[in-house]
Design a binder for this molecule. Sequence first.
Ligand code: KG4
Ligand code: ZN
Length: 378
Amino acid sequence: PAAPLVLGIETSCDETGFGIVRGTELLANAVASSMEEHVRFGGVIPEIAARAHLEEFIPTLQQALDTAGVTLEEIDAIAVTSGPGLAGALMVGVAGAKALALAANKPLFGINHLVAHVGVGVLDGVAESGTGPAAVVLGDGASGGDPHILPAPPLPENLGALLVSGGHTEILQVNRLTTDVTLLGSTIDDAAGEAYDKVARLLGAGYPGGPVIDRLAQQGDPKAFRFPRGLSAPKFVGSAEDPGKHRHNWSFSGLKTAVARCVEQFEAAGVPEDQIPTADIAASFQEAVADVITAKAVRACTEHGITHLLLGGGVAANSRLRSLLAERCDAAGIGLTVPPVRLCTDNGAMVAALGAQLVADGVKPSGLDFAADPGQPV
Ligand code: KG4
Ligand code: ZN
């Protein structure tokens, strides 16, 4: 049978995404972001995000269909993110997807946003996309640093996924993409991207925090300050034989507080604002984030038999996270795939890719009576 033509819809946060795939072939990835509308508030405002999804829904769908050169009638199945995410934002996508499925008489799948991030890995060319700035495939230990080519599909055996964004920070074990994905660890408070946003605000550096801190950090000394690595104390980590409750979990709230104290100390000492070493603070903060994320991710992989790791989420764009993860995966003999940034940030293509795998695996569609689930577990 011909590979299924699947439309994927993503509206869990501030990106309205429509993707179209034929099996593992990416035909379109149209994304409209409401980020510009959130900038003046210094964070995503759920109500604004939901309204923007409603406005962008039809234009972005049309753009994806035009790019792919297909009609809605030709689509074999529709997949939509049902959670986790912002309630109102998810509802627009789910309601819109149901309307399309009903009107065009198509099977509909409600899918998990986190698993969809992993779904990117099956797309043709993701692993072979080279080593340019937008598409990085990094070496594994076994091949002496040669690019590790991720066969697509199927996904590599013993696959893990590290997801780091403004909304989530998780490490997943992918036994089977369509049926068996388990959570090994996650943040217990802020997501990594949230920590970037909060620290950027403290430093008066702007929003969204990730790119501005990343840029500022290039001029700073990552060793200038030693900021805490959350949940790294022995009582949280335990040992491989007797793991602590938070062995594979992260916490970024203490780090954010430590950065705030650091800035306050300069202010209390009467240091003029323009002389506070913000680049050193940014670099030291970025080092702490990259260090604790990669150390815990690699440990989780090693202890759970994961031999290939896929990176996803907007923070995957971070320069230090990429380089340190590559270094540590390489040292641990773990293959690493870093998809192009436009497929790491929220998008509809990943939803379509997972949808196509569900169709290919013969998984029963969700029907029309499922709800948006803001706290949906993997
Ligand atoms: O995946 P994404 O587009 O949306 C969700 O939050 O789900 O990720 C956006 C996040 C923001 O918090 C942004 O600050 C962060 O990704 N980000 C970065 C970088 N570029 C974007 N964080 C660190 N370094 C970057 N270069
Ligand atoms: Zn996401």
